[in-house]
Design a protein around this ligand. Structure first.
Ligand code: ADP
Ligand code: MG
Length: 392
């Protein structure tokens, strides 16, 4: 997959219409975490340094297609301006004559932030007329919002039909690290998949089994696999409807010669709550009265050994109920193993990324994906409409 990137275009004296992901947490009108704004700065600064005028657009929250001041970009414009170190003009609307006037009045190097694109229902329905209106604000389109690239919305896909389109640095990096995992990863390639449900991770398992050497299945979804292998799983999470799928996945992995690592021991509790007493079960089988809530020390050792041999590793989904301190160890040690590894390491998924951040290990991972749903769909091998629009 080769993308057109902003390095491929001469931006001098051009108006660049840039889609970013400024969907940041807000409390009492103040941005409480500006990571996503920071993440967009390299692209915006590059465009400004190369002579562009920049019109920025993003969604924020769920205003459900209506203009709602609660979801205005105003507080975000303020923080964006502080971080960029220059004035950011807030547009009076998303589209329309007033905005057109504001855009026409921009001088080289100016930055205008459009209002919340989701103030219009046409954004999410990917309305061509709305896309055309947005596109009229630029000579060229730049997409740097990986987190929404799996949605074919007007600002993520529709506008690309009307303008030459290029990937910003964030999207470029996401694809640079994730595409090889599906195409030709450095081997041995270890995929570590966890989280609560088989149903939400089966597609990614089936995609990665094509290129990986070892697949680790942990978290709540592991018990359905253990159950089909004939193990007792006590009161652990199980998806009866997915037992057949799990069984055929295991058969497929075997046929392909892919090693599957499932938990061989567990940390359990009698009740699914933070202060339940931790019972270590030194066997794959869980007694009737217990719930499997984290992988045990032997399983951790197996995963650590696999990671230490690997040349590439992808991790999606916690190994246990890491939100409870006494069941965070499996997830923490996997995170540490990735951090210490010399392999190319990629972490995706909302909760896995939250875990990496909670443990302060993000800077020791080759690539921490900025999109939860988008990274999952990418690893499933799905075509992301926002990315497809940028392909060479
Ligand atoms: P991600 O967001 O990284 O893709 P998921 O959303 O699939 O991950 O799963 C994360 C959730 O899985 C966490 O809330 C975690 O508590 C839960 N989980 C992990 N292990 C277990 C388990 N053994 N039993 C129940 N829930 C679990
Ligand atoms: Mg999640």
């Amino acid at each position: 997959m080769i993308l057109n990137t902003i390095r491929d275009y001469d931006f001098s004296n051009k108006k660049a219409l840039v889609r970013v992901d400024f969907n940041v947490p807000l409390k009492d009108g103040v941005v409480t975490d500006d990571t996503r704004i920071q993440a967009a700065l390299p692209t915006i600064s590059y465009l400004l340094e190369h002579g562009a005028t920049v019109v920025v657009m993003s969604h924020f929250g769920r205003p459900k297609g209506k203009k709602n001041p609660e979801f205005s970009m105003a507080p975000i414009a303020k923080r964006f301006s502080e971080l960029l170190g220059k004035q950011v003009i807030l547009a009076k609307d998303v589209i329309g004559p007033e905005v057109a006037l504001q855009v026409a009045g921009l001088k080289k190097g100016d930055v205008l932030l459009l209002e919340n694109v989701r103030f219009y229902a046409e954004e999410e329905t990917n309305d061509p007329e709305f896309s055309k209106n947005l596109a009229s604000f630029g000579d060229v389109y730049v997409n740097d919002a990986f987190g929404t690239a799996h949605r074919a919305h007007a600002s993520t896909e529709g506008v690309a039909h009307f303008l030459p389109s290029f990937a910003g640095f964030l999207i470029e990096k996401e694809v640079k690290f994730m595409a090889p995992l599906l195409e030709n990863p450095d081997k041995p390639f270890v995929a570590i998949i966890g989280g609560s449900k088989v149903s939400s991770k089966i597609s990614v398992l089936e995609s990665l089994v094509r290129t990986c050497n070892t697949i680790v299945i942990g978290g709540g979804m592991a018990y359905t696999f253990l159950a089909v292998q004939g193990h007792s799983i006590g009161k652990s999470l199980v998806e009866e409807d997915y037992k057949e799928t799990a069984a055929s996945f295991l058969a497929k992995a075997k046929e392909k010669g892919v090693q599957v690592i499932l938990p061989v021991d567990h940390l359990c509790g009698e009740e699914f709550k933070e202060d339940t007493a931790v019972v270590t079960i030194d066997s794959a089988d869980i007694p009737q009265n217990l719930i499997g809530m984290d992988i045990g020390p032997k399983t951790v050792a197996l995963i650590v050994a696999a990671v230490s041999q690997a040349k590439s590793v992808v991790w999606n989904g916690p190994m246990g109920v890491f939100e409870f301190n006494s069941f965070a160890n499996g997830t923490l040690t996997v995170a540490k193993a990735l951090a210490q590894s010399n392999a190319t390491t990629v972490v995706g998924g909302g909760d896995s990324v939250a875990a990496i951040n909670k443990f302060n290990l993000a800077d020791k991972i080759s690539h921490v994906s900025t999109g939860g749903g988008a990274s999952l769909e990418f690893l499933e091998g799905q075509v992301l409409p926002g990315i497809k629009a940028l392909e060479k």
